[in-house]
Design a protein around this ligand. Structure first.
Ligand SMILES: NC(=O)c1ccc[n+]([C@@H]2O[C@H](COP(=O)([O-])OP(=O)(O)OC[C@H]3O[C@@H](n4cnc5c(N)ncnc54)[C@H](O)[C@@H]3O)[C@@H](O)[C@H]2O)c1
Ligand SMILES: O=C(O)CCC(=O)CC(=O)O
Length: 354
């Protein structure tokens, strides 16, 4: 039977395709701005400079200091640069770290945001901002955080290294996984997530063979848009909470952390809501959602254990304590014992369900 639902509408304008970055000027002007600050990480500064040049008189300069997990001290420096530049909007060129910085600036100054994503992390379609201060990551949601315009340019993802292609896709799949059981899910989001799973399942092996396969890159970026949209309209639960604990308190790399935890959080919640996670088992096989996603992760060379990214076994108790501190809408009740068991399995890299 069809469940009751609310469909909130999709508010962010999306421009998708190949070569679409050339439309940045038109999109900024469409929002009514005549000065923008271009944002990037230090690694993508050359790309930001090219973009700023192409924006001509619209460009008020570049801030190329975005850092993973959005540290508040970096944001403060960027806000100062934004105010000094005379810009009224930001153009964020890069992965989730750059998008996060743009959101943090927007929240503090009211700036509009045009985001040009270059990974599959999926921050661009959400109203979520995670920020790190004092060794802890806190998350908030607000309509003021959600970007006004997103330009997906397939060409910009051709340079994404294979390792990050795989783990960033796993990060996106995690958004779909939690959307399937979110209390505020709706049929449109569920359809988008099903389509995204198939696109990643078929596209990622092709990108491992040939990272410049434009058709597969387009499929993967489309899938990333679907998953980001899902994350932007539903509540996050255990999986994202655990990823934030490791990222915020133990400074683990974001995409890898998601990739490693995903089979375990999936299996944990599958025990409570197998019917809601059936699309994952359908997409990846393996006899179960948790087992299927672990098999897929192994087949595409995704990291499989927390141990492999430098987490000490002794860190698991602290991570458990932080993870159970706040309540969130998880379909299976959470207690320290079961979370510690989940983390032990993820630390060792054991296949869920044997
Ligand atoms: N708020 C949200 O809704 C949301 C959602 C997902 C992720 N995030 C945040 O995003 C951050 C992680 O984002 P990420 O995984 O995209 O990492 P990232 O943005 O830090 O990118 C990783 C590295 O890859 C480089 N890079 C990005 N795209 C590239 C490309 N096409 N070619 C070559 N190099 C490229 C970047 O410059 C950076 O050095 C975290 O801080 C996370 O919390 C937020
Ligand atoms: O901006 C954040 O860090 C919170 C949302 C988020 O990180 C989504 C994710 O974990 O991929």
């Amino acid at each position: 039977m069809m469940e009751n639902f609310v469909f909130p509408g999709l508010t962010t304008r999306v421009v998708f395709g190949s070569g679409t970055m050339a439309r940045a000027e038109e999109e900024v002007r469409r929002l009514g701005h005549d000065k923008v600050l271009v944002l990037s990480t230090p690694h993508q500064k050359a790309d930001a400079e090219k973009l700023a040049t192409s924006l001509g008189s619209l460009s008020a300069g570049i801030f190329a200091g975005a850092v993973m997990h959005t540290p508040v001290n970096v944001t403060e420096e960027a806000v100062e640069a934004f105010r000094a530049s005379g810009a009224s909007a930001v153009v964020s060129l890069g992965g989730g770290s750059t998008t996060g910085l743009g959101k943090a600036i927007a929240l503090r100054t009211g700036a509009d945001q045009v985001v040009i994503p270059t990974t599959y992390a999926g921050s661009e379609m959400t109203d979520i901002l995670g920020e790190t201060a004092g060794g802890e990551k806190t998350t908030r949601r607000s309509p003021d955080i959600r970007p006004e315009t997103v330009i997906y340019d397939v060409d910009l993802t051709l340079s994404l290294p294979v390792g990050l292609t795989v783990t960033s896709a796993m990060n996106a799949i995690a958004h779909a996984m939690e959307a399937f059981y979110a209390p505020d899910r709706n049929p449109v989001i569920v359809l988008m997530c099903r389509d995204a799973l198939a696109a990643f399942r078929d596209g990622i092996p092709k990108l491992i063979e040939d990272p410049h396969d434009r058709t597969a890159r387009a499929e993967a970026l489309y899938a990333a848009w679907c998953c980001s949209t899902a994350l932007g309209y539903v509540q996050m639960a255990l999986h994202h909470k655990l990823a934030h604990v490791f990222g915020g308190s133990l400074d683990t790399p974001h995409a890898e952390t998601h990739a490693i935890l995903l089979p375990y959080t999936t299996a944990f919640n599958e025990a409570a809501v197998p019917e809601l996670l059936a699309p994952i088992a359908d997409a990846f096989g393996g006899g179960s959602a948790g087992g299927g996603i672990w098999d897929f992760a192994r087949s595409v060379g995704s990291p499989l254990s927390l141990k492999a990214i430098g987490i000490e076994e002794a860190d698991l108790d602290r991570a458990t304590a932080i993870a159970v501190r706040n309540a969130y809408a998880n379909p299976r009740p959470i207690d320290p014992g079961s979370i510690r068991e989940l983390l032990q399995a993820a630390w060792e890299g054991r296949r869920p369900g044997g």
